[in-house]
Ligand binder design. Structure first.
Ligand code: NAD
Length: 360
């Protein structure tokens, strides 16, 4: 690290309320604080019961529950939700659920101009970012717009009690990926580095506790705290090779979001390690480990997460195409991105070999 400080940091006006039971006990206050009187609650089919409990707590301030969120926000799903919000005369939106529900809330915020409140039920971190996504004709577009940043985020560890352990682990490692890439982002800063390191530490300690005792509110709270910090890092910085590669693997090859992040992260970190020694040292400190990529892979593998892209269904024949697509875009990354370099790490991730070999 150079000893001359040189950075920019922009904080966004987001209020965070964090406590068990907050989904029901705090969301009405957050709606009232924003002066909203007619909010639409959006969620996915699986989270509809929780969303209805939130809607009940809102009473007359809620004009309906729209339970049609789907993965990666298909444009037609977004269009239906925007029309539902307009038809109900909504003046705000409350998204209850994982990244898919929050993504749908963001689409309503973007197109309908409505303020958004997020009540997350996974560790995806979308609630802390001004990033929206929309999928049309098989292609996912993303963009940044301050209007989609939730004004208020209600973290309720009780909502995550039902998150199955395998999903908790992969969603948790998805969160770690945000913090890891924030550490070497071109727009990182001292505050981001603090959040990233503590976010990684909190999440990495909490995941084994969650796996051992999924009903522990303490462990769930510590994981959600880690997710908050990691999500804040995602919102504050520009992501690199890891996120671009996972975007290609999900968007073009249909691989599952959180599982793909979980398999790929140790390999990208090993690949970037020679060009980002301070970031790797911070991850190692947070994991209390000597070798950060190996420790990341051991953490998720020990907790039963998939270890290879082959397990996720990626064909070996697709590796070159994925590498070319990933190297064909331009984005910041500490190590120059070449098709050969990406192919090397993809081969290792496909087989699930120890990540240390990727560095050489
Ligand atoms: P998700 O919202 O699709 O949830 C995954 C699955 O878990 C779903 O089947 C959902 O019904 C279920 N689920 C959610 N919460 C649950 C709970 N508490 N108990 C039981 N089941 C539960 O996926 P995700 O991993 O939360 O988010 C991934 C999506 O979010 C992707 O589309 C990704 O691109 C997007 N994302 C966006 C940003 C951003 O900044 N815009 C950041 C991170 C992720």
């Amino acid at each position: 690290m150079t000893d001359v400080l040189d950075f920019s940091y922009e904080s966004r006006p987001v209020r965070v309320v964090f406590r068990p039971g907050a989904a029901v006990s705090a969301t009405p206050d957050e709606v009232a604080r924003l002066g909203l009187r007619r909010v639409l609650v959006v969620c996915g089919a699986r989270g509809a019961d929780t969303a209805r409990a939130v809607a009940d707590a809102l009473g007359p301030a809620c004009v309906g529950v729209h339970d049609r969120a789907r993965m990666h926000v298909p444009a037609e799903v977004a269009g239906t939700a925007v029309r539902a919000a307009r038809a109900a005369g909504a003046d705000g939106c409350v998204a209850v659920g994982g990244g898919s529900s929050i993504g749908l809330g963001k689409a309503i915020a973007l197109r309908g101009g409505l303020p958004l409140i997020a009540v997350p039920s996974t560790y995806s971190g979308s609630e802390m970012t001004p990033v929206w996504g929309l999928t049309e004709h098989g292609t996912k577009r993303t963009g940044r717009d301050p209007r989609v940043q939730p004004r208020s985020v209600v973290y309720d560890p009780e909502l995550t009690l039902s998150l199955p352990v395998p999903l908790s682990v992969t969603s948790g490692v998805n969160a770690l990926a945000h913090a890891v890439e924030a550490l070497y982002a071109p727009d990182t800063s001292p505050l981001v580095r603090l959040m990233a390191e503590d976010g990684i530490r909190a999440m990495a300690r909490a995941l084994p506790e969650v796996a051992a005792e999924p009903a522990s509110l303490g462990a769930r709270g510590r994981a959600l705290y880690g997710a908050w910090l990691c999500g804040s890092c995602l919102g504050a910085t520009t992501m690199g090779l890891h996120h671009k590669l996972c975007h290609v693997l999900g968007g073009t090859f249909g691989l599952p979001h959180a599982e793909t992040h979980t398999v790929v992260l140790p390999y990208v970190l090993a690949h970037n390690a020679p060009a980002a020694p301070d970031a790797v040292a911070a991850v190692a400190r947070a994991l209390d480990a000597v070798d950060a990529p190996t420790a990341l892979r051991d953490l998720s593998g020990r907790l039963g997460a998939p270890r290879s892209l082959a397990e996720l269904g990626l064909a070996e024949a697709d590796l070159s195409k994925a590498a070319a697509l990933t190297a064909g875009q331009s984005y910041a990354n500490p190590r120059p991105v070449t098709a050969d370099g990406v192919l090397g790490l993809l081969r290792a991730a496909h087989e699930g070999t120890p990540p240390a070999a990727v560095t050489r």
